[in-house]
Design a protein around this ligand. Sequence first.
Ligand code: SF4
Length: 363
Amino acid sequence: MRGMSAPVALSMPVVPRVRRSPEEVAAAAPVEGDKKVLLASPRGYCAGVDRAVIAVEKALDHYGAPVYVRKEIVHNKHVVQTLEADGAVFVEEVDEVPEGSLLVFSAHGVSPAVVSSAADRGLQTIDATCPLVTKVHREAVRFAKQGRQILLIGHVGHEEVEGTYGEAPDRTIIVNGPEDVPSLEVEDPDNLVWLSQTTLSVDETLEIVTALRERFPNLQDPPSDDICYATSNRQGAIKEIAPQTDLVIVVGSPNSSNSVRLKEVAAEYGAARAERVDNANEVDESWFEGVRTVGVTSGASVPEVLVRDVMALLAEYGYADVEEVVTAEEDILFSLPKELRARLTADGDATRNLGGRGARPAR
Ligand code: SF4
């Protein structure tokens, strides 16, 4: 629960984008038997996203607006717009922030160069990097110090990859996909280690690692998986549901890596059709013709309120029978960033150990 500010109405109004009435859409689905929704669990907010969003909310509560945030705090349009309405100012780079201001680093992490430029500008910073991303940064630093070359599997241009790469740019090569493997030029094929972005497809990463190992048999594995628990669990749930569905709807923004991966995984695992929507407004009635079972899930940066809007629309279309398919339980919580905890303690705010889906009302 937020300690100091009044609740804010956060759900963006759902503007029905129906060219036909819900009854007409429902009637147009020529299916035998009951229409049904399989709702994936886990879905939605992970502990790292929850922590980052709460960090900005708490910063606004305790320092007042404006609170600057470098890049989107998490990759979700609704979350960003909601925080903007509360006084957060999102910038692309540090030099856009007035000297002496408060700046929050996003959940995706930043390179040491960004930290330095914020310090040079005299900014007060709160680092909301997910601890599981920080773990990958530490691995990159350690392997670079050992003189190893790092093959970083991830999407070029993604903020998380930029941040991890920036820990050891001279020792790191980004591997975007299996097609990169044949042309990689490395210093020593026997002194390589691979790391990865936390939000990739588990299967695709395995495929890339297999290709890398075929080329570099002595490639070292990281000490533990870099793909995080939340990414794996959400993909695991949709793998279970997809073969039973005619249509999977993934709620998540187009720049959310794990949301885009969920759509791909749903299609790979047998969903007749898979679509990603930012919110209920983007659900297209033409998708439902002949559809009996709809699967629904959401990416790790998606507040549950957006899923509820989609479920409400599905109910209008006649898909009111909902079965939640639970494939894993999650109880991970992360403490808030240490810079913020110190301020909260000084202000007597005891709500310092928040996080995890369901731990607080959806904003
Ligand atoms: S998706 Fe994984 S790595 Fe990213 S913020 Fe969530 S828990 Fe952290």
